[in-house]
Design a protein around this ligand. Structure first.
Ligand code: ATP
Ligand code: MG
Length: 393
């Protein structure tokens, strides 16, 4: 269909797809000459019809932080529209979906034999393709009820260590959803953009993302990751350390949800002057009956200390590998902590003590990556510079 763009009149509205190079605002509509409708300018028509049709016919352009623990979605022009646990509950035999996200998380440790609760992502990458696909389809249906397909563009954050195969899995899922253009962005880059740090300047920014499944330390400069390191130890490992401690020292068996609750409520990376206490319920392993004990934050700082220390070692070794110019920048600018795991009380102070540098918690640690992909969704030029190819290792 021929494109006629400089018309002030409208006769019929036809739908067409413009080439990728053109403004995506012209993805949707084509106008041909005819009846003059009032005094509206073509631009105003475009904006009006774009808002209406882009949502109903093609869905929104979206950005996604597909994390091991949480999935967040950003819709262009709207902001964050979804923040859900990356969990799916399915029928054990037929694979029927019984719950997704928050609902599925509440089922953890409470399911009968015929229901299985799965986390389709592991260590920040897609581990169960089919389950991830089902989960994303559900999330998309929650954010755009009019149309099952995502808009023409989807930006997904991927760990900077993601392999070709892992990136392809993300692209395949997006393509299955009807997305025309999938853009992959390294998560540290997205986190730097989402934290409002200068990604394009020739200065080093160090960002440490402590998620649920993985911790990744990266130094960025000039729109890319210069060096990065990761370990498969993060927030979930803290929960496991609490479960193990209570089992071995208090004979108390607790579930993952209770462990996370304890960590978030009174967990800390180092002893603090305020020693908080909390009652913990579980099953007594010797009697088999429900039991309750009290635990305090000093005890927790000891339990969590090995995990915190391992993450600090990763930060140290990333710094050791840093080129001298960038090391100088980091000395001046400090290290930024992000990801949910970084919200553990006193984590920033603990890292600062260890590396003798200024350490700051990002303003929105759980949102940095999705805010970054969202900003890139709104900035086509920067997106084209920072995106990573699905074919690169
Ligand atoms: N206030 C808090 N204190 C301690 N830990 C927290 C707090 N809030 C969230 N967490 C932990 O943060 C982790 C989830 O963080 P996040 O959402 O950044 O992970 P993710 O992006 O899904 O995982 P990954 O980046 O590893 O793929 C969970 O382990 C959760 O228990
Ligand atoms: Mg993450």
């Amino acid at each position: 269909m021929a494109k006629k763009r400089n018309q002030d009149t409208i006769h019929e509205i036809r739908f067409t797809r413009y080439s990728d190079e053109e403004e995506e605002s012209q993805d949707i509509l084509d106008f041909s000459p005819g009846v003059n409708i009032m005094a509206l300018k073509l631009g105003e028509y475009r904006a009006m019809f774009r808002d209406f049709f882009s949502f109903r016919l093609f869905g929104n352009n979206l950005g996604m932080d597909l994390g091991t623990t949480n999935t967040l979605i950003y819709a262009k022009g709207k902001g964050i529209v979804l923040n859900m646990p990356s969990i799916l509950a399915m029928g054990r035999k037929d694979g029927r979906i019984v719950g997704v996200g928050k609902e599925a998380k509440e089922m953890l440790g409470r399911t009968p034999q015929n229901i299985v609760v799965v986390r389709p992502l592991q260590d920040g990458v897609i581990a169960d393709f089919e389950a991830t696909q089902k989960m994303i389809e559900y999330f998309i249906s929650q954010v755009q009820s009019y149309h099952p397909l995502v808009g023409p563009k989807l930006v997904i954050g991927v760990p900077s260590r993601a392999t070709k195969v892992e990136k392809k899995a993300a692209v395949d899922i997006a393509t299955h959803l009807g997305v025309r253009r999938v853009h992959l962005v390294h998560e540290p880059v997205a986190a730097v953009v989402g934290t409002n740090l200068p990604i394009s300047e020739p200065v080093g920014n160090m960002i440490v993302d402590i998620g649920g499944g993985t911790s990744e330390a990266a130094i960025t400069s000039l729109n890319g990751v210069v060096i990065s390191r990761h370990i498969r130890i993060a927030g979930d490992e803290m929960d496991q350390a609490i479960i193990l401690y209570l089992k071995e020292n208090h004979n108390l068996f607790i579930g993952e949800q209770m462990a996370e609750h304890i960590k978030i409520n009174i967990g800390c990376a180092q002893p603090s002057s305020r020693n908080e206490k909390m009652k913990v319920r579980g099953r007594d392993l010797s009697t088999g009956f429900p039991n309750e004990i009290e635990i305090d934050s000093e005890e927790l700082s000891n339990i969590l200390s090995p995990v915190v220390s391992t993450i600090c070692e990763m930060i140290e070794s990333t710094l050791e590998e840093s080129p001298p110019e960038l090391a100088g920048d980091i000395m001046e600018r400090g290290i930024y902590l992000t990801g949910g795991g970084a919200c553990l009380k006193g984590f920033d102070k603990c890292v600062s003590k260890r590396v003798h540098l200024l350490v700051k918690l990002a303003p929105e640690p759980l949102l940095s990556v999705v805010l970054g992909v969202g900003k890139l969704l709104e900035d086509r030029e920067l997106l084209s510079i920072v995106e990573t190819s699905p074919d690169s290792e």
